[in-house]
Design a protein around this ligand. Sequence first.
Ligand code: PLP
Length: 456
Amino acid sequence: MLRNDQLAEWDRENFFHASTHLAQHARGETPSRIITGGSGVYIEDRDGKRLLDAFAGLYCVNAGYGQSEITDAIADQARELAYYHAYAGHGTEASITLAKMVLDRAPSHMSKVYFGLSGSDANETNIKLVWYYNNILNRPEKKKIISRWRGYHGSGLMTGSLTGLDLFHKKFDLPLNQVIHTEAPYYFRRADRTMSEAAFTAHCAAELEALIEREGADTIAAFIGEPVLGTGGIVPPPAGYWDAIQTVLRKHDILLIVDEVITGFGRLGTMFASDHYGLQPDLMTIAKGLTSAYAPLSGSIVSDKMWKVLEKGTDEYGPIGHGWTYSAHPIGAAAGVANLKLIDALGLVANAKNVGAYLLDAMRDALGTHPNVGDIRGSGLLCAVELVEDREKHLLFDSSRKVNALIVAEMQSNGVIARAMPQADIVGFAPPFCLSEDEADVVVKATQNAIRTVLG
Ligand code: PLP
């Protein structure tokens, strides 16, 4: 293939990258890496450098790169019927089959799935459905949404508001005033170091309840949360957290939206994190792992309880005023069907559980006593190493040192991709589910070496 030597220049001149320092990139101060191929857990750039992608793109290429079952299904669908819409009762074999496959895997009280394109738009759909639901139930005041600080739910207007990270708010006039945030269930960073895990769980539930009482339960429609905080730091909740939160929500008649965009379809070693934590969602958000990112597709899974009210609404007011040209796009749906079949056929959910446990143990063995490693945590194939200036005093690094970015850059130069999480000195891992134990060892070694190089 002819190599286009102008690509880097065209990139700087024309391409508006997501989540990028725009000025530095335009000035050519940040590297532009052009990815050309991938197979299993590896990607390759156009300079021929092979990298073990221990973040599966953006925690999404769960089945691994280059899976021909999925790419063939996409090609077949494109040839047979590249597009038809899903409005007014239309569907395709792929979209209907995928809806059934999703519901077969979801908790038994879930009823229907609406397909969108991204995690962000699925959460926008969810909030619209919550508002519609309360309007149909004649509760027009019950509209506010509670999210958590450090939650990540997308970067649209509503979903960027739900996201509890400063970078997504400042200078965008967000959050919108219907959104309020409560404490992150982040035990390692609790303000009161003397608190036990159980006491911290009780504290988070009490904070939530105090917020509900301050605002008035009759003004609050829903609570949204990721089962394990993702972009906010890869933080599994303290023991008992979800039971305690669900008790408060039930008491105040507040809906629960479980954002399974990262955790859905196996990342924690169970099909959904809702199974893992005993969650009873009213709505579930899915994306990423639904197609392993081979094509853009997301979903809002609606519970029986909400579905009945949505049906009543359309009997009273006519067809639901919600939909996109690309809702349930057949190419995405075909990718989803092939992906879920492949995940089953290769036993990838079990592999996520087993190799995830292996990775976490190996990371703890390698780094558990390093003076700058404050916490090593994970669940399934999610893992994080949090760095501190002084482990005994629990002193954090000055954020301007960007310690995690330096470590991740060092790892990349040694052939392993991890993610410098955006808010705090955390190195994150979320590899494809086909990761082997040998490949997990490569990731751990690269992390250990990079931490030694950067911090000693
Ligand atoms: N929800 C969660 C938990 C996510 O991690 C993300 C993206 O990382 C989103 C929603 C938004 O998904 P998308 O980037 O596809 O809009």
